[in-house]
Design a protein around this ligand. Structure first.
Ligand SMILES: [Zn+2]
Length: 351
């Protein structure tokens, strides 16, 4: 129980910082600049605040880069993953399966996009990929029985859910954090609009959008608020959107992606790398207002970031300082799990 009394009010909100630890996209760029260095700075800040974040380690690309020795910083990265583990950071499993059958030719990675969505692969292939990724993490850590507590799918794609969820649950993974409520990507067949009905967390088995009281996994979604599209167009975010639009191959694909983006209402993720301090705090202010209206429900709020987009460390510190002032604890999935699934009086849907 980490809730704190602030001015005689019990705050039922906790914040879980997650960071996707990867070079996403086509694998271009240096591990040192895009993964190791930003993660090292973030780690130092959190240690100073005596707090922990959850690095979601994208195992497939790291294993492939390691096996072909294509980036000399892979050893620094492996060392850093061991440091995280030793220093009490909870390591999550993140997977972009298109890496496992990738080829490295003329100093360029050619990824296998037929394996882009883990969930659409046959069960045997999902088992192979998940087991291989966990085995690599065990080797890196030198811990034979290591099991990640949480999972996040590549490109947030955890649909169709059933087979992949059962494989992960059978292995001992407890939490998924792939969903962002209101999410819609036509081209990738991602649709998280139905999850809008759910609370701050829920259990599921067959469909990650649907709450089931005794579901195999617990969903702790990346926190979003629906905002008018025009409000999304701030400087920091526009530059990252432009980058991702430009990696698309055809005009048709670009158009479909643009249509997703041009909905009137758009889910804005609580992203501590892409947002400025005013946006971060105004989003949390809304959660605090909800907490005042509904003070008995527990509200774990998951923030996201990417090592590749992390350069504004001042904002991260200012946000940590804001959370402390408001009495909002910084937690991990392991910290909040028991309270989400077992504490009597807390509804399994979290609202
Ligand atoms: Zn990723």
């Amino acid at each position: 129980m980490k809730s704190r009394l602030v001015s005689e009010t019990l705050i039922m909100i906790e914040c879980i910082f997650t960071i996707d630890y990867e070079i996403y996209g086509n694998g271009e760029g240096s591990l040192k600049e895009l993964v190791y260095e930003p993660a090292e700075k973030l780690k130092a800040i959190f240690e100073k605040w005596n707090a922990r974040f959850v690095p979601f380690i994208e195992v497939a690309e790291l294993e492939m880069i390691d096996s072909k020795a294509t980036d000399p910083a892979i050893d620094l990265v492996k060392h850093q993953i061991r440091d995280f583990y030793r220093e009490g950071f909870e390591l999550g499993l993140h997977l972009h399966p298109q890496w496992y059958k990738a080829k490295y030719e003329d100093e360029i990675w050619i990824l296998d996009y037929s394996e882009y969505n883990l969930c659409t692969l046959p069960r045997e292939r999902i088992v192979q990929i998940v087991d291989r990724s966990i085995e690599y993490l065990r080797e890196v850590l030198g811990v034979a029985d290591f099991m990640p507590f949480s999972f996040r799918a590549g490109n947030w794609l955890f649909q169709p859910t059933r087979t992949a969820a059962s494989v992960l649950a059978e292995r001992g993974i407890k939490v998924d954090s792939s969903v962002f409520k209101g999410g819609l990507q036509h081209q990738k067949k991602l649709d998280y609009r139905r999850a809008n009905r759910n609370g701050y967390y829920w259990r599921f088995t067959d469909d990650v959008n649907m709450s089931e009281p005794h579901g195999a996994l617990l969903e702790l979604p990346i926190y979003t608020q629906m905002v008018q599209t025009l409000k999304m167009l701030t400087g920091k975010r526009v530059s990252s959107q432009r980058k991702s639009f430009s990696t698309f191959q055809s005009n048709r694909q670009r158009l479909i992606r643009l249509l997703d983006f041009l909905r009137f209402w758009y889910p804005l993720k609580l992203d501590f790398c892409c947002m400025g301090i005013e946006e971060l705090t105004s989003m949390m202010d809304r959660v605090i207002k909800e907490d005042q209206k509904n003070p008995t429900s527990y509200k774990p709020v998951v923030a996201i970031g990417h090592t590749k987009e992390l350069y504004d460390f001042e904002t991260v510190e200012a946000f940590l300082s804001y959370l402390e002032r408001k009495g909002i604890a910084v937690s991990t999935f392991e910290d909040v799990y028991d309270r989400c699934v077992t504490v009597p009086g807390f509804n399994v849907q979290g609202s």
